[in-house]
Design a protein around this ligand. Structure first.
Ligand code: 13P
Length: 250
């Protein structure tokens, strides 16, 4: 049985005051069946760690360096994140691929660094609208998966997030059937890379305009094990409703 995971990706949002308000709004969560995490900007991580202490909500970062340490001005290493108390790191988000030209090779190096440091990576994959319309969605995500995961020492700690680029921040969501079809495909592809047993226990999250009113039907799909939530994770009430929707099924 895979425990659902609902993770908020706060992207480049927030001030000390708004982060404090948001975290206050997540207080007293009662969702024992669901794992909950938030990924603030780097500068708000210590604040989030302090506020989440003892709440059951874990904290992650939105990226990390491929390098272990050294002369990399402006970079944050994976071991700095574990040293602070982070558990997670999002890697390969489409906004990093698009605006920072991140290649599969760079994402693979970041993933190796994260695993070495003891972080649990959440690897994002997803096709653009043009790629979907050309019928290439599966081959694109399969290549992203292989490019990041092939040759890694262990994949047991890796979570995959399917985030179709056309659904991110657009209000368009993949239909539950579209999302399920891609998740089933990804699980099969993961089995090819890491074996059936690991693929059966790996959590596959859906991301892209997840909201309180569409979360439940996404979570009903057998291969959707939770969500990576952008905009709606910045509103405590909406995020709480999404977390509740992931709760015990049936
Ligand atoms: P939205 O939920 O705002 O569409 O963002 C999804 C996302 O990119 C999460 O990583």
């Amino acid at each position: 049985m895979r425990r659902p995971l609902v993770m908020g990706n706060w992207k480049m949002h927030g001030t000390t005051a708004s982060v404090s308000e948001l975290l206050d709004g997540l207080g007293g969560l009662d969702a024992p069946a669901t794992e909950v995490a938030v990924c603030p900007s780097y500068v708000h991580i210590p604040q989030a760690l302090a506020a989440c202490h003892g709440t059951g909500i874990s904290v992650g970062a939105q990226d990390c360096s491929h390098a272990r340490e050294g002369a990399y001005t402006g970079e944050i290493s994976a071991s700095m994140l574990t040293d602070l108390g982070c558990q997670w790191v999002i890697l390969g988000h489409s906004e990093r691929r698009q605006y920072h030209d991140e290649s599969d090779a760079l994402i693979a190096a970041k993933l190796a660094a994260a695993l070495d440091a003891g972080l649990s990576p959440v690897l994002c994959v997803g096709e653009t609208r043009d790629e979907r319309e050309a019928g290439d969605a599966e081959s694109v995500v399969a290549a992203q998966l292989r490019g990041a995961l092939e040759g890694q020492k262990s994949l047991a700690q890796v979570t995959i997030a399917y985030e179709p680029v056309w659904a991110i921040g657009t209000g368009l969501t993949a239909s539950p059937a579209q999302a399920q079809a891609m998740h089933a495909f990804l699980r099969q592809a993961l089995a090819g890379l890491a074996g059936e047993a690991l693929a059966a226990q790996a959590r596959l999250l859906y991301g892209g305009s997840v909201k309180p009113d569409n979360a439940a039907e996404l979570f009903e799909q057998p291969d959707i094990d939770g969500a990576l939530v952008g905009g709606a994770s910045l509103k405590a009430g909406d995020f709480r409703q999404i977390i509740q929707a992931a709760g015990p099924r049936g």
